[in-house]
Design a binder for this molecule. Structure first.
Ligand code: PLP
Length: 377
């Protein structure tokens, strides 16, 4: 199949998750049914709930299962709006599902800036919350725990403490951080936290919003009492069971920083690439770098031809390669069209990183030769 280093888009299914999906599919019942098949389906779901909750140090009852983090992010924002928040603060590097839900919410949106290394500016947030106008309702702040493009880990605990002090709602998209760094939702002061199964080695189409005591979720789907009446619709039992198994396996945190760093060192030394987020705390399996003049889409295609699967800044739903928004937010729009993201995970090996590095350096040398051979315009 080639070398797969695009885990931040989707991780390959873990064998234990695949087995749990198949087991749950065969149960057949509806978890709301009182008969034996229904009870078996519910038991599988509740086991998964405990496993997902444990991943972020929360009790089982705080997990609402849904279709993924897109839905979880939307539910957090829409719940805050339903409680009268008239102004949203979202970091400039949030995932599109947060940015677009905020942009289309009909209320004012302010963007928490990031510095040149891609780290959110907590001083800005402190100052902004100190000037908060009560007429705007309780503040709502969304800051992701780790960025999907750069892997940069954000100062969420500090931001969360400020938001709590201001009586606001702290939402944390922890999709990329889960399984890579330890997460204690209470220590982050996160009122809500979003997770997605397929980033952990579970199936796509299952995710969760994990909520604390202060969060008041407001249902968006009606007519069913599932998930404590917060999320109507018969639960995706097999997906949820796979999510649970993946969450349990993800207690063993993934850190490939030694492999990632030796790859980065070679790329810098032999091709002079700019490593994005270098110097900031980063996930140990994400490498994001820019090579001015070597376009992202060309790099992704060349790597694919060499049997190595990586991506531009982030996976784009349209299948097109777009300039990296995160790198633009870091004040480097000049680098954004030239970004490549390489991300390993549970099944990656040191050899995978080496194959990628060799293949990329070869493609880069070829590109430079062709470029140099072109007559000046
Ligand atoms: N948040 C982040 C940081 C992500 O990387 C993703 C996945 O692309 C999502 C949210 C959305 O997750 P899903 O597509 O599983 O709903």
């Amino acid at each position: 199949m080639g070398v797969y280093l695009d885990y931040n888009a989707t991780a390959p299914i873990r064998p234990e998750a695949e087995a749990a999906v198949l087991r749950a599919l065969r149960l057949g019942g509806n978890p709301s049914s009182v008969h034996a098949a229904g009870r078996a389906a519910r038991a599988a779901m509740e086991m998964a709930r405990a496993e997902v909750a444990a991943l972020v140090g929360m009790p089982s009852g705080s997990v609402v299962f849904m279709s993924g983090a897109a839905e979880a992010n939307a539910l957090a924002i829409k719940s805050a709006l339903a409680h009268g928040t008239r102004r949203l603060i979202v970091s400039a590097i949030e995932h599109e599902t947060v940015l677009e839900t905020a942009r289309t919410s009909g209320v004012e949106v302010e963007y928490l800036p990031v510095d040149a290394a891609g780290v959110a500016d907590v001083a800005w947030l402190k100052d902004r919350l100190a000037r908060w106008d009560a007429a705007d309702g309780a503040p709502f702040v969304a800051l992701m725990l780790a960025n999907n493009e750069t892997g940069v880990i954000q100062p969420v605990a500090q931001a969360g403490a400020l938001v709590r002090e201001a009586g606001g709602w702290m939402h944390v998209d922890a999709v990329q951080a889960a399984g890579k760094i330890a997460i204690d939702q209470k220590a982050l002061s996160a009122d809500t936290l979003a997770l997605s199964a397929h980033k952990l080695g579970g199936p796509a189409g299952a995710g969760a919003l994990v909520f604390g005591n202060r969060a008041r979720l407001v249902r968006q789907l009606h007519g069913g009492g599932q998930e404590r009446s917060v999320r109507a619709g018969t639960e995706n039992v097999s997906g949820i069971a796979g999510f649970g198994a993946a969450a349990a396996a993800s207690k063993m945190l993934i850190d490939q920083s030694a492999w990632r760093d030796s790859s980065a060192e070679r790329l810098v030394r032999e091709a002079g690439v700019a490593v994005i987020g270098d110097g900031a705390p980063r996930l140990g399996q994400t490498l994001c770098f820019a090579t001015p003049g070597f376009a992202s889409d060309l790099q992704v295609m060349q790597m694919d031809l060499a049997g190595v699967m990586v991506s531009a800044g982030s996976a784009c739903s349209s299948g097109k390669v777009k300039a990296s928004k995160g790198v633009e937010a870091m004040g480097r729009p000049d680098l954004a069209p030239y970004v490549l993201r390489v991300s390993g995970g549970w099944a990656s090996t040191e050899a995978d990183w080496q194959v990628f590095t060799d293949a990329w350096l070869k493609a880069h040398a070829h590109h430079r030769l062709r470029h140099a051979a072109q007559p000046a315009a």
